[in-house]
Ligand binder design. Structure first.
Ligand code: HEM
Length: 537
């Protein structure tokens, strides 16, 4: 049918043109006439193809915006809020131009399904911001590498070796020791205001560092390394979320007008120094071991595993030192700020809802007992706490727009064409607050997750609830994240009571970035909850 119309169009153009040509060939030479004929035919075909495609499946509706800058000047600082407002005007799928980037925003479970389930392979690509390349050796990590065998192998190595039950079990003593250090530290400052976000971030970075490279004493005794890495990691996340002209106008990227890339490179170098020094120590240690006694059957930590993998030539998943560093960067940057921010949101919601905090603490008293500290074996029994965390992730998803997707070919979603290369945002923040899905959506009600526990999990199969995303590019660190969040929260709440400083109000407003943070840090005062001081040491 299409080729019939096409032939017809070309035929008509040619016959009209030959008529003009017949009357005027005295003035033009033969070659110029032929070139003109072909050019007009090509233009006509292109015009036909473009208009005929638009006619069958149009592009999504959306606001017009201004020439050159598109809709950029009209967006507020909280992108997820602006997108939710536009969805009220244009519907659950709309398009907008941000500079010369075509973006499409989806805000309903059924559209989410079409992207992350029905056409997952097409949408499993990323459109990395310029800043992302600067800290991942040009996109050699899991989060920003394009969909394909490189990404698949790297993700497989990470999931199989670091997140298997055996590896998580092996890491528990190290995690426990870091969480205990935090409890002792808080106890030493009891009665004074504490920044909960900072406290969580510090703990999560230490837990992650020790999970990655085990209890290498040189690393743990070097508190400078931890502090340096924390500074670098928070700057990297901050810069990743910063709107950057280089991303909206790729032709201007070379100028780095806002200096985002330069700042990112500086933060990256700081983080790289820490990673290099740890790899260095690890390699020295294993050389010493090789020369001395056997390893007594000790389980290898993740870094050791990666270093050994690098040396193997006959492996299915070969890896270079640069790739190892990109992977470590990914885990450290992608896993720490998200997890720590979630702990802060959950604490904020509980401080705002003292009845809920009390119920969570009662559950801890029943499961753990007032004469004990929280242990790993208690965690699966904390059902109410689990519901509180799920409800916090519903209202404050750490990545409210997930990581934007980028189709590898033209495709159709919700009856609209989405051209190849479009930046596609899934507004899970809006889905999580949709009154057609959730009863009293803006209220904090953990009970909603208790009544049908099987219905809500983090697997991404229920498109109404996607705090960790869905499909092939779903968060790679869920088991570790889940465990760190509940373990740290349970320990903080079992050991202490928490309240706001006298006369302070709780501000729950949000600050958009790649990670959705609290606009103002949560500051709270801990008081002793357990009777014996020994339980704090
Ligand atoms: C509460 C904590 C966390 C939350 C809420 C979270 C959430 C997410 C989300 C929403 C995505 C994007 C998924 C998508 O685009 O569909 C993601 C990707 C990712 N996350 Fe997490 N995450 C958390 C913790 C972690 C941790 C602890 C790690 C690693 C140790 C981690 C590693 C990753 C990686 C590697 C990706 C990229 C996956 C890929 O592109 O294949 N995350 N995370």
């Amino acid at each position: 049918m299409m080729s019939y119309h096409l032939n017809k169009a070309v035929e008509t153009i040619c016959s009209l043109w030959s008529w003009w040509w017949a009357g005027s060939n005295k003035k033009l030479d033969v070659v110029a006439g032929a070139v003109l004929t072909v050019s007009i035919a090509v233009l006509a075909i292109l015009w036909y193809l473009r208009t005929s495609r638009k006619g069958t499946t149009p592009w999504p509706p959306g606001p017009r915006g201004l020439p050159v800058v598109g809709y950029l000047p009209f967006l507020g600082s909280n992108l997820h809020h602006s997108f939710a407002e536009l969805a009220h005007l244009y519907g659950p799928i709309f398009k907008l131009w941000l500079g010369n980037k075509l973006c499409v925003v989806l805000s309903s479970p059924s559209l989410a399904k079409q992207v992350v389930r029905d056409q997952d392979t097409i949408f499993a690509n990323r459109d990395p911001p310029v800043a992302a390349f600067a800290y991942t050796y040009g996109g050699l990590d899991i989060a920003w590498s394009p969909y394909g065998s490189y990404w698949r192998n790297l993700r497989k190595v990470f999931v199989r070796e670091m997140l298997s039950n055996a590896s998580l079990e092996a890491c528990y003593p190290l995690q426990r020791s870091e969480v205990r250090k935090t409890i002792t530290n808080v106890y030493s400052k009891i009665g004074t205001p504490m920044d909960i976000g900072q406290l969580s971030f510090q703990t999560v970075v230490n837990v992650t560092l020790s999970s990655l490279w085990g209890n290498t004493p040189e690393v743990h005794n070097d508190s400078k390394n931890g502090a340096k890495f924390r500074e670098a990691a928070s700057e990297i996340t901050e810069l990743l979320g910063k709107p950057n002209i280089s991303d909206f106008f790729p032709t201007l990227a070379g100028f780095d007008i806002q200096g985002v890339e330069r700042q990112m490179k500086r933060a990256f170098l700081l983080a790289e120094q820490v990673i290099d020094s740890i790899i260095d120590q690890k390699m020295k240690k294993s050389t010493a071991k090789e020369e001395g006694a056997s390893d007594n059957g000790e389980k290898k930590d993740f870094l050791q595993f990666l270093l050994d993998l690098k040396e193997q030539e006959d492996t299915e998943t070969p890896i270079t030192m640069t790739q190892i560093k990109a992977l470590l960067m990914d885990i450290l940057v992608g896993g720490t700020d998200t997890t720590a921010t979630m702990v802060e949101w959950v604490m904020a919601e509980m401080i705002r809802n003292p009845v809920i905090m009390k119920r969570a603490q009662e559950e801890l008293t029943n499961v753990v007992g007032m004469g004990n500290i929280v242990e790993e074996s208690h965690l699966p029994k904390l059902q109410y706490m689990d519901a509180v965390i799920k409800e916090s992730l519903r209202l404050h998803p750490a990545l409210p727009l997930l990581v934007p997707k980028c189709p590898s070919q033209d495709c159709t979603v919700g009856g609209y064409t989405i051209p190849k290369g479009t930046k596609v945002f899934l507004n899970v923040w809006a889905i999580h607050r949709d009154p057609q899905i959730w009863d009293s959506p803006s209220e904090f009600k953990p009970e909603r997750f208790l009544s049908e526990p099987g219905r809500w999990d983090y697997t991404g199969n229920n498109f109404q609830y996607l705090p960790f995303g869905s499909g092939r590019r779903i968060c790679a660190g869920i088991p570790l994240a889940e465990r760190m969040v509940i373990y740290l929260l349970a320990s903080l709440l079992h050991s202490f009571n928490w309240q706001l400083p006298e006369g302070e109000d709780l501000d729950l407003s949000e600050k958009f970035g790649i990670v959705l943070k609290k606009r103002t840090p949560l500051v709270a005062i801990p008081t002793k909850r357990l009777s014996s001081s020994d339980l704090y040491l």
